[in-house]
Design a protein around this ligand. Structure first.
Ligand SMILES: C[S@@+](CC[C@H](N)C(=O)[O-])C[C@H]1O[C@@H](n2cnc3c(N)ncnc32)[C@H](O)[C@@H]1O
Length: 241
């Protein structure tokens, strides 16, 4: 992806753009050399922007306020059987709305993995500036999980990309635009189950078919038109059942 600076950039924005361009995936462009018909990551005085033909995106916290209002009664939290102090690995960071919420509830920083490099940078900057306790890792969670020891998180969370055309909130437009649409797959699930002490939880849209193909131990159905949550019990919970 192209990376450039805004028109009023100072030396510090130029240095930041140059350091981003040292990462694989990015290529530094002078403003005059940018192909504005393609996506470009722009470093400005107010932070990172993704510019695409006809639309500019910046990081925002998504629907965090609605999750915070629901608190411990939120279906995601019930599906996780979350408890204060739980260590959560979020394998699909996106904007980091869920990761921020879970870190706030548990009181423990959440490790969150995002495959798309520009999204990982934008979310990392936004989450840090907003003071959320989320440690962002730019990686493919399928390989990241494989690098972890057994049972090193309480909960492993996956919120894969919804199918194209699904009715989801506009707050996810940035994620929809550049996020990775590949399925997590059964190999991901196998690694997630090895890493989770308590549970693996995966979200699916209300009328989706994803969960049925992944054979969860349980599905938490919420209200009509609301997401469903697939639950796989980890070894700690299996011995208690
Ligand atoms: C539906 S969004 C997640 C939204 C997120 N729960 C939130 O609160 O903002 C899915 C995200 O997962 C990322 N993703 C998809 N496959 C991935 C993988 N294998 N590893 C890491 N991230 C992945 C996508 O790029 C996208 O940003």
């Amino acid at each position: 992806m192209q990376v450039t600076v805004s028109g009023r950039a100072r030396e510090q924005e130029r240095r930041r753009a140059a350091s981003i361009a040292e990462l694989p995936y990015f290529a530094l462009r002078e403003r005059g050399d940018v192909d504005w018909d393609q996506a470009v990551l722009q470093v400005s005085r107010t932070g990172l922007r993704l510019k695409t033909p006809g639309r500019e995106y910046h990081w925002h916290p998504g629907l965090l306020h609605t999750r915070v209002e629901a608190g411990w009664t939120h279906p995601l939290v019930r599906a996780m059987a979350l408890a204060p102090g739980d260590h959560v690995l979020d394998c699909t960071l996106g904007l980091g709305t869920d990761a921020s919420f879970l870190a706030w509830l548990t009181g423990v920083p959440v490790t969150a993995v995002e495959l798309q490099p520009a999204l990982a940078l934008m979310a990392n900057e936004g989450l840090r500036d907003a003071g959320h306790a989320v440690r962002v890792v730019n990686a493919d969670s399928r390989t990241f999980l494989a690098s972890l020891p057994d049972r090193c998180f309480d909960i492993v969370w996956g919120d894969p990309m919804f199918p194209t055309g699904a009715a989801v909130t506009h707050s996810l437009d940035l994620v929809r635009h550049i996020g990775c649409h590949e399925p997590l797959g059964l190999a991901w699930l196998q690694q997630a189950r090895r890493v989770a002490r308590k549970r693996v939880v995966v979200r699916d849209i209300a009328n989706g078919t994803l969960l049925e193909s992944m054979f969860p131990d349980e599905i938490l159905h919420t209200m009509r038109q609301r997401p469903r949550y697939g639950i796989w019990f980890g070894s700690d919970e299996e011995t208690c059942r």
